[in-house]
Ligand binder design. Sequence first.
Ligand code: NAD
Length: 499
Amino acid sequence: MAEPFIDGGYAAFSWLDRMTIVDPADGSEVDTVPSSGTAEVDRAVRCAYEAFPAWRDTPAAKRGELLGEAAEAVLAARAELAPLLTSEQGKPLREANLEIRRFVHTLEHYSGLAKNIRGGYVPDLDEDTYGLIVRRPLGVIGAIVPWNFPTTLLGNKLGPALITGNVVVAKPADTTPLTTLRIAEIMHAAGIPAGVFNVITGTGEGAGQALAEHPLVRKIAFTGSTPTGKKLMAIAAGDLKHTTLELGGSDPMIVCDDANLDRAASAASVGRFFNCGQACLAIKRLYVFEGVADEFIEKLVRKARRLRVGPGTAEGVMLGPLHSPRQRDLLEEQVADAVDSGAEVLHGAKRPKGDGYDKGSFYEPTLLLEPARDSRVATEEVFGPALPIWRVRDMEEALALANGSIYGLGSSIWTSDLNRASDAAQKLEAGYTWINSPQLVYDELPFGGWKQSGHGKEHGIEALEYYTETKSVVVKRSVATQERKATQELGGSESVSQR
Ligand code: NAD
């Protein structure tokens, strides 16, 4: 039985109902966690609040050192953490290992920035007066995370929050709290002080909402769906809390007639089917120029056929199960709508048959050609392994379709003409554009959506700004100078100007 991690230890809330964590590959029970409510969330937030002054006042270099050591300890435990992540999330072990490494890299990145948290100095504000711009942490951060990348998305918040002197109460998704709880324990054992990083378990409407509403929480750092993001923004408005909202996406990929088709097909296959298509940054709409469409599609179909579907623990599996029956039901509705609208099924569009498949939410990698341009796969986020493909005449048509979405998270262009690519990159309405590159996210570059994909940035040195406030400090250099001036004024000299 797993328990919330609060103030450096597991808290036994024996009076609470328990939620069952299920293995998506076969529906078996992995563990249970308590469904926390307002009182338990309050306890976690108050512990964090009490830990805040000491952590804030710890020298930044020391915070960096502790974060670096905590990252190392998590890396050392990856042989234990990756299978745990697979058991609760469903992803293949290889991807779970990669995810733990990404979490560690992000913490290391922010650990390395510890000595670069800077302010400003303005020398001549007035006679004998200078100004300082100092950065201060916000306090308690409520970090709410979804189930698709439970640790990567936690790391994106934990790294910049802790290095700038904030304390964190994290609320993982209802269905994937186990790896996060164990990581909190490991990081604490490696030196992160009690109360600095706490994890509460529970539902979104219960624990998540209580955390967002708590008056001592100064910022809601959220990754999840656009509808939940809107709710949290409304809650934040009540107390004017800070927010970063990393929300849904429907990333377009444009393949031009002069693209390297082999590389583009590989990028489309990985970009759509990684994590069984359950990635905010997955390629969710593909626009290919007419002249190369047949050749490109043939290559992509060949790649989809080779992808092995199965439990995440099995050797050589590329596509695990979808995270839950609910996710598969939704995907099946969207695919059926695409087919009804006239799409040709190039591959998949069905559940795999055979031993073991009936127990988990498995689905074949699916390619759909020319669904209606107003069908659900064109307008909604498709959070599973199905890729709609449309032929386009030229870049103008591709850009109009790519930008014709409520989302603006990522986008990619494949062409050997870099002038054409840079021109299109300027016009694509998205927070990230990859040119001839797979959709990989780098710690060094700010990441965040436009339009209904959210606001605020994670990653990069830029993320530090989202976890701090600036304070302007005005300093008069010498008291003697002020006294001389005051005497002059009493003697009838001109009055001090009001600024
Ligand atoms: P979700 O919004 O349902 O849940 C996300 C988290 O919010 C969970 O921890 C959940 O318990 C909590 N939550 C739900 N309702 C809440 C409420 N009323 N108050 C407070 N917390 C609440 O999202 P999901 O279905 O779990 O995740 C998939 C979505 O996340 C997709 O839309 C995906 O694109 C998006 N996502 C975005 C990014 C990004 O960086 N932009 C990354 C990954 C996933």
